[in-house]
Design a binder for this molecule. Structure first.
Ligand code: PLP
Length: 385
């Protein structure tokens, strides 16, 4: 091996020693495979309507967008989907991106831009926010003031401590947390943001489709202030791929001008926008599926707790089984895989040290019998470790 490549092999070897090596999962799907490793919460990814909508969008607008939205990639389909998102989120405007990761990186970096703001902003962030939110801060060269997870009293103390500081303030939080399955109080967050004059940025990646009176996320339950920006993904409950922000018309115009991940990247394909618009329109009619999904999650948590397992503070369709040790977590995942049950083993740095876990993502496609099989098999797997 050349010396140039040695740092990479050394890094991989160190990850393996610590039980943190990542590998792509098997691609074969046995007939009785039970999959809890995905985010297809509403079971839409394989719905025929979405595939038909993608094909129809492709026929009208092409398979690819051919360029950035600012060049050749803007279509009536993108514009009408954004108008629909804005309306349903109670915002003035919306903007779509090719992934949720790109949405966060691009929008947060642009909103925190110290040239535009005239000063380095003060950023208050939940300490368990997603990696793509951290990336946005890193791109802006901004240090975050982390508050304890979901602890709004702690956030308030930090805001109070900086009350006299003239620098612009921002609060960043997920609404449903992707690794813990717990929920932020979005009304309280917006009230704090308004009280302390901070811009609020909410990530609804795991709430879109599952929560809200029409399934459009937890922020659907509040009157969005013009200083609240809400992002979400099209890749989880909507079953497709991409991301969006819902915001004021002013912020949309600003992002179109300043968000690098929007300006310098090809517009999302009409195929994905067509499918995502179809999924978006299906959501309000899925109340029964949402209720059943959350009831099944509740049943799962109760059964896991009955086995003495720690499901953290989950109250949603995401149920962690916190085992602590990464090696034991991987062994449990592999034991389940051996009986054709797929779950994710989530380890540091995705979660804090000592908090390795199996992450169970429920879908409207699962049945009560699937949950029973999972619980039985997990109990057996853990007894065998
Ligand atoms: C909270 C959160 N935000 C953003 C993203 C990125 O979304 P995408 O997978 O669409 O890139 C994820 C993905 O896991 C996420 O969990």
């Amino acid at each position: 091996m050349t010396d140039l490549l040695r740092p990479y092999s050394d890094t991989l070897a160190a990850s393996a020693r610590e039980g943190l090596l990542r590998r792509l999962p098997e691609t074969d799907t046995p007939a009785d495979l039970l999959d809890f490793s995905g985010n297809d919460y509403m079971g839409l990814a394989r719905r025929p309507e979405l595939v038909v909508a993608a094909a129809e969008a492709g026929r009208r607008f092409g398979a690819g967008s051919t360029g950035s939205r600012l060049l050749s990639g803007n279509t009536a389909l993108h514009e009408s989907f954004e108008a629909r998102i804005a309306r349903d989120k109670g915002a003035e405007a919306a903007l779509t991106f090719s992934s949720g990761y790109q949405t966060n990186a691009a929008c947060i970096a642009a909103l925190l831009d110290r040239v535009a703001l005239g000063a380095e902003p003060l950023v208050f962030a939940d300490r368990l926010n997603h990696a793509s939110m951290h990336l946005g801060c890193t791109l802006a060269g901004v240090r975050q003031l982390r508050y304890r997870h979901l602890d709004l009293a702690h956030l308030e103390v930090l805001l109070e401590n900086h009350k006299g500081d003239p620098r612009p303030k921002f609060i960043l939080s997920e609404t449903v947390f992707g690794m813990d399955g717990d929920m932020a109080d979005v009304a309280a967050l917006q009230a704090l943001a308004l009280h302390f004059g901070a811009l609020l940025y909410l990530d609804e990646a795991h709430a879109t489709g599952v929560f809200g009176p029409h399934g459009y996320g937890l922020a659907e339950t509040i009157d969005l202030a013009p200083t609240t920006v809400v992002m979400g993904t099209l890749s989880k409950a909507l079953g497709v791929s991409g991301g969006y922000v819902a915001c004021s018309a002013l912020v949309r115009d600003y992002l179109i001008n300043k968000a690098g991940g929007f300006i310098f990247s090809t517009a999302p394909s009409p195929l994905t926008i067509g499918a995502a618009l179809c999924a978006w329109e299906l959501l309000p009619g899925m109340d029964a599926q949402r209720a059943a999904l959350l009831a099944r999650a509740q049943r799962l948590r109760a059964a896991l707790r009955g086995l003495g397992l720690d499901t953290g503070a989950s109250t949603t369709q995401i149920v962690p089984v916190i085992l602590g040790d990464p090696v034991r977590t991987v062994a449990a995942r592999d034991a389940l895989a051996a009986v054709n049950i797929r779950v994710s083993a989530v380890r540091p740095p995705t979660v804090p040290q000592g908090a390795s876990r199996l992450r169970l993502g429920l879908s409207a496609r699962h049945t009560d019998a699937d949950i029973d099989r999972l619980v039985r098999s997990l109990g057996e797997a853990l007894r065998g470790l």
